[in-house]
Design a protein around this ligand. Structure first.
Ligand code: NAP
Ligand code: ZN
Length: 353
């Protein structure tokens, strides 16, 4: 066991602050990774503030962070995929049972015995729960470590590990391709990646935003059209026309307004995870045989596929790089939808603390 610097929160109402946390020594299939950048996901905020208490109560102290890019520092004797010095990534998962039907299908995100990167019981017993990427190093089983394509900017690559795969996976699942009309709701960290992927897959991509000031950015990111969702007339124009919509909104909102925009057999997938239930009018689903579903991150193989796709198409997140000392401010700005379009923490700032 060794100690590493981190930022943690002590309660749902505390600010994140500097601390020191234990990590296990890398043995067997473990690699010790020096963290270079960590993206700031809205799930970090939901968890730090215990907003998902009924589903996943937060255990304190909590160290968030699951969009990790770093360099391999040390490997256990059983590691075969990586060597010291490799540039690698870690997303939301660091453990699974490898034996359930989901794992066997390469869908570790559905494993009932999975370990999340933070706030999961720590099966190694190093701490009560796992601690995430707001820290200078982490030790992870190589089966949950991803290879980062060499030409990608590292600060912008970090958010691919959650925001990237969370938007890529449902678009692949629901067949987003050329000729499809696709909506992306909420232009934040996830939403802006959704726009990049929908555009790269050749779909006609329409962004729905509550922020008129994001219109130009949406078009630059690859949207073909932008709808200001507060404008009922603009919304009405698209009634019954979408093949697929991806809802990336972090707060409660009127979901029926979007279900009504789906074409026959269209699908609306939630990746946004508001802390309160969303009332759904079943008639919106019945008339049109539409479906409403959800999707969590993606499996390890698909995450690597997504990273390689990004390497080939030169896709990264648009990031605002911040020192860790600004993370509390970043949370407040995230709540005001003031993110362009992902904060990425430069972990060198923590080393010098
Ligand atoms: P984010 O960067 O804060 O973006 C959320 C966006 O939602 C905002 O930028 C805003 O876009 C829109 N929005 C915010 N409040 C709104 C409101 N009251 N009504 C309508 N729109 C609103 O968050 P994120 O990191 O992309 O995460 C989005 C959600 O996905 C979070 O709930 C997060 O926990 C969840 N998530 C889920 C998974 C998964 O596996 N399913 C993975 C990661 C994250 P506009 O300004 O364009 O309106
Ligand atoms: Zn996330």
């Amino acid at each position: 066991m060794y100690k590493t610097k981190a930022y943690s929160t002590a309660s749902a109402t505390s600010r994140l602050a500097s601390t020191s946390i234990p990590r296990r020594d890398p043995t067997g299939r473990d690699a010790q990774i020096e963290i270079l950048f960590c993206g700031v996901c809205h799930s970090d905020l939901h968890t730090a503030r215990d907003q998902w208490h009924d589903v996943m109560p937060t255990v304190y102290p909590c160290v968030p962070g699951h969009e990790i890019v770093g360099r391999v520092l040390k490997i256990g004797s059983g590691v075969t995929k990586y060597k010291v010095g490799d540039v690698v990534g870690v997303g939301c998962l660091v453990g699974a049972d490898h034996s359930c039907p989901n794992c066997k299908a390469g869908l570790e995100q559905f494993c009932p015995n999975q370990t999340m990167t933070y706030n999961s019981p720590d099966k190694h017993g190093t701490a009560p729960v796992t601690y995430g990427g707001y820290s200078t190093s982490i030790v992870v089983d190589e089966r949950f470590i991803l290879r980062i394509p060499s030409k990608l900017d590292l600060a912008g690559a970090a958010p691919l590990l959650c925001a990237g795969i969370t938007t890529y996976s449902p678009m692949r699942h629901w067949g987003v391709t050329k000729g499809k009309k696709v909506g992306v709701v909420g232009l934040g960290g996830l939403g802006h990646m959704g726009v990049k992927f929908a555009h790269a897959f050749g779909a006609h991509t329409i962004v729905f935003t509550t922020s008129p000031s994001k219109k130009e950015d949406a078009l630059r990111l690859g949207a073909d059209e932008v709808v200001i969702s507060k404008n009922a007339d603009e919304m009405k124009k698209h009634a019954g026309s979408f093949d697929f919509m991806l809802d990336c909104v972090a707060a409660p909102h009127d979901i029926n307004a979007y279900i009504n925009l789906l074409a026959r057999d269209g699908n609306l997938t939630m990746v946004g995870a508001p802390d309160k239930p969303l009332p759904v009018s079943v008639f919106g689903l019945i008339f049109g045989r539409r479906s409403f579903s959800g999707s969590p991150i993606g499996g390890i193989a698909e995450t690597q596929e997504m990273l390689d796709f990004c390497g080939n198409h030169n896709i990264t997140a648009d990031v605002e790089v911040i020192p860790i000392q600004k993370v509390n401010e970043a949370y407040e700005r995230m709540l005001k939808s003031d993110v362009k379009y992902r904060f990425s923490i430069d972990m060198a700032s923590l080393k010098s603390e």
